[in-house]
Design a protein around this ligand. Structure first.
Ligand code: DAH
Length: 342
């Protein structure tokens, strides 16, 4: 009897040390311990030689041992099954997780469109610095010191050197290009500009403009009108109407502001056009002879037109964006909507 119990304890240790990692090993375990010629059957046979007074205790010990082996077997089986499940969850033929596709910023989309329309008319792209001096941003544009028109644009000056400022408009690029002295001159100038404005749905301290300039002999206001009419038709569609209102800019004479018929209500009157049927999109005019002379251009020989427009404004009209701040917040929920606009 003692001998039998000892054997059982050794077998238990042996079985405890087993590890099963494959179906084959599991089957091997089953045959070895639970099979018809296995260890369990074998050891049960030993009951015969146990003395009658010990039979009860031996029977109990054997039963316990049997349950122990069967329990072990079930445990190994379940463990293998789990492993198999995780292995099949890892399907290497599945396509990868896609990276979200980026998109061009709406301001870039509209800027590129504006540039390409004018490029087709023979305008070349010109750019200038965002940190400007007083001459290019103001004085040469017929806004000498103390000119009241300077107050229209609240300017950021550079602390280290107040002779420098952040350009308030891209008209400064006109001056830089005219100073180069190559005529005829036909340029379109995109760029970021800065004004000390309180940020709101309709104003920001930085935004983007496109400036246009055409200098040659015999350029007339009719050329200006026709160029801008072509532009808005390409930009917004053939049914668009334009109108010019007299205005004032120091660098043009005469000056005008151009309106387009409201895209939303088609002229019937809505909130966007403040019930007028028209929305303003740009300022323009014939280049003031003083500006030409400031750049050493003979104003008796050359004339020209210029215009300037805000890209945010055009974008807001084209895509019906109601808040200017959306353009600089970089919220993908906003930017994602322009995926198909490119
Ligand atoms: N520079 C003006 C502004 O920022 C826009 C402008 C108006 C530009 C008339 C021009 C122009 O070239 O002729 O408000």
């Amino acid at each position: 009897m003692q001998e039998l119990l000892q054997k059982l304890s050794i077998y238990k240790q042996e079985i405890d040390a087993e590890t099963i990692t494959s179906k084959e090993a599991l089957e091997h375990f089953r045959i070895k311990y639970l099979g018809t010629k296995g260890l369990l059957k074998n050891i049960m046979g030993e009951m015969k030689s146990v003395a009658p007074e010990n039979k009860k205790a031996a029977g109990q010990a054997l039963n316990e041992f049997k349950m122990f082996v069967e329990h072990k077997y079930e445990g190994f089986k379940n463990g293998l099954h789990k492993n198999e499940e995780t292995a099949s969850a890892l399907d290497l033929s599945l396509p990868g997780t896609p990276l979200p596709q980026g998109t061009r910023h709406p301001i870039s989309i509209v800027q590129n469109k504006i540039l390409s329309i004018f490029q087709r008319l023979g305008f070349a792209i010109a750019e200038g610095p965002e940190i400007e001096d007083d001459w290019h941003n103001f004085s040469a544009l017929n806004m000498p010191q103390n000119h009241p028109a300077r107050d229209m644009q609240d300017t950021f000056y550079i602390n280290e050197n107040p002779a420098w400022l952040l350009r308030t408009h891209t008209s400064s690029v006109q001056i830089r290009e005219m100073e180069k002295g190559n005529f005829p001159l036909r340029i379109i100038c995109p760029g970021r500009v800065y004004r000390n404005e309180t940020i709101s749905a309709r104003a920001h301290c930085f935004f983007n403009q496109v400036e246009g300039l055409y200098i040659a002999e015999n350029v007339s206001f009719a050329d200006l009108k026709q160029t801008l009419y072509f532009f808005v038709q390409e930009m917004f569609g053939k049914e668009i109407k334009i109108r010019f209102r007299p205005s004032y800019f120091p660098f043009t004479e005469p000056s005008a502001e151009m309106d387009i018929s409201c895209l939303i209500c088609k002229g019937a009157g809505c909130n966007v056009c403040k019930k007028t049927g028209w929305v303003e999109i740009l300022g323009c005019g014939m280049v003031n002879p003083n500006v030409l002379e400031n750049c050493n251009i003979d104003s008796n020989r050359y004339t020209g037109f210029a215009f300037g427009m805000g890209i945010e404004r055009i974008t807001m009209l084209k895509y019906q964006v109601k808040d200017l701040r959306l353009f600089s917040e970089n919220d993908v929920r906003f930017l994602d909507q322009f995926l198909s606009a490119v």
